[in-house]
Design a protein around this ligand. Structure first.
Ligand code: 5AD
Ligand code: SF4
Length: 458
């Protein structure tokens, strides 16, 4: 049987799709490369904002004709939206064959094989101990790999649905993570992104996140380690020191602020003040002057006044983030805010605030990226442009995506690029020289593994 997985949402879901594909292939399933080829289509879903769910529901509607054309075709919905909507999804969409939450992926091979006609399977239980030990992910061959080191979240920010669909925090044992990264390094992956909902709360015995980051960076063959997303609470000096001093750790931190108003942060139950957040930014920039910082912001959360909003806007201007993910508050059932607070900022005000901060951030990003024109930067080559295979795509040490004519460079190489132009999201330049050869994956290795990306969300 051939399976196609479409991924929606954050990087954690991308990593989960690779995990699901690994679990299924270990059980004898194969990857489908097109919808027509697929016997099973799995949507790995996001629930973080209403828009994300609406998009996936739209996609499900579009899949109905495929089911008519191919009797026996199975459609499964897994991930955060699956856990969120559960039975309701089956009631409203009887053509969905199975629904599985984030802790139920081990059971997917059995669910698919034993599926009876006209009876949907619903697996949405939490499993507080599930970290998928012993399961191997099926990754597309290449340079970059996601490695989940943590599942769930213990923070319960009031706006957020994540703890209610992904459950409590669980950390993957450090020895398993190290073994996994060593294996990846042998396979030619040299850029690793460690993933967790509050990744810096990771702990295994006396191994803190900072220690783990250092250990991963020391593994032979690993050139660059990134991580996402840390929480400002518990962003330790030890972690700042590793980021500043370890050459293999990216000089980049995604540090979600959400709001710069302390009363909003309190209502959001973020567990830090704006001043405490700024102190981390200050230390990061002091100890590591080349650091790039990005953030997440929510405008229009319950009770947000014009004054609260102005504080957030000013923080965006003052902090000069390399980029930012900016969102209008979207009420999510199950969340604390949905149960206990009033979503009282009018939709048009939310949208107005959102448009304004997007515009501001776009200008700042453009200025920052354009200020690099003329500089010679070190870039790790991660692959080729999908539109033009003559163009190589990589990232600078501070995680700025850079495009250039590939010349004699190959994926995995560190190269020197002279920056010639910039947008608010990418740098374009000229390959000056290859600085250090990597181990390039062959064309055959780069074949599609049957996982495609839905639109990004989260
Ligand atoms: N509405 C809007 N944005 C949200 N986020 C999380 N929950 C919501 C919500 N209900 C944003 C936060 C988080 C990012 C992943 O998504 O900024 O950091
Ligand atoms: Fe956890 Fe808060 Fe992040 Fe949601 S926003 S995943 S509750 S830390």
């Amino acid at each position: 049987m051939k399976v196609l997985i479409e991924t929606y949402g954050c990087q954690m879901n991308t990593a989960d799709s690779e995990l699901i594909m690994g679990i299924l292939q270990t059980s004898g399933f194969e990857a489908a490369h097109t919808l027509d080829e697929a016997d099973v289509i799995i949507l790995n879903t996001c629930a973080v904002r209403e828009k994300a769910e609406a998009r996936i529901l739209g996609r499900l509607t579009n899949l109905v004709p495929f089911k008519r054309l191919k009797p026996g075709l199975m459609i499964g919905v897994v991930g955060c939206m699956a856990k969120h909507l559960g039975e309701k999804l089956i009631e409203e969409r009887p053509y969905v064959d199975f629904v599985a939450g984030p802790d139920q992926y081990r059971h997917l091979p059995d669910v698919i094989r034993n599926k009876r006609r006209n009876k949907a399977e619903i697996l949405t239980q939490f499993d507080r101990s599930e970290v998928y030990s012993g399961c191997s992910s099926k990754r597309p061959h290449g340079v970059t790999a996601w490695v989940s080191i943590q599942r769930g979240c213990n923070y319960v920010c009031t706006y957020c649905i994540v703890p209610h669909v992904r459950g409590v925090e669980r950390n993957v044992p450090a020895d398993e993570i190290i073994a996994e990264v060593k294996k990846l390094a042998k396979e030619g992956f040299s850029v690793i992104t460690l993933l967790g909902q509050t990744v810096n709360s990771y702990v295994d015995g006396d191994i803190t996140f900072a220690k783990l980051l250092q250990m991963v960076a020391n593994i032979d063959g690993i050139e660059q380690v990134r991580f996402t997303s840390p929480h400002p609470l518990g962003f330790s000096d030890e972690l700042i020191d590793v980021i500043a001093s370890e050459p293999h750790v990216a000089k980049f931190v995604h540090l979600p602020l959400q709001s710069a108003s302390n009363s909003q942060l309190d209502l959001m139950r973020r567990r830090y003040t704006f001043e405490e957040y700024q102190e981390i930014v200050r230390k990061l920039r002091q100890k590591c002057p080349e650091i790039a910082i990005s953030t997440d912001i929510i405008v229009g959360f319950c009770g947000e006044t014009e004054e609260d909003y102005q504080k957030t806007k000013q923080a965006i201007i003052d902090n000069r983030y390399a980029f930012a993910f900016l969102f209008a508050y979207s009420e999510r059932s199950l969340s604390v805010a949905a149960r206990t607070m009033k979503d009282d900022v009018p939709a048009d005000v939310k949208q107005q605030r959102l448009a304004e901060v997007i515009d501001i951030q776009q200008k700042i990003s453009k200025q920052i990226y354009e200020s690099l024109i003329g500089q010679h930067l070190e870039v790790i080559v991660e692959g080729y442009s999908r539109r033009n295979p003559e163009q190589a795509v990589g990232n600078t040490r501070d995680f700025k995506t850079t495009i250039f004519e590939k010349g004699d460079s190959e994926p995995g190489d560190w190269v020197e690029v002279e920056i010639e132009s910039a947008t608010s999201q990418t740098l374009k330049g000229r390959l000056v020289r290859v600085l250090k050869k990597g181990r390039a994956p062959t064309v055959e290795e780069q074949i599609d593994v049957g996982i495609s990306l839905g639109p990004t969300e989260g």
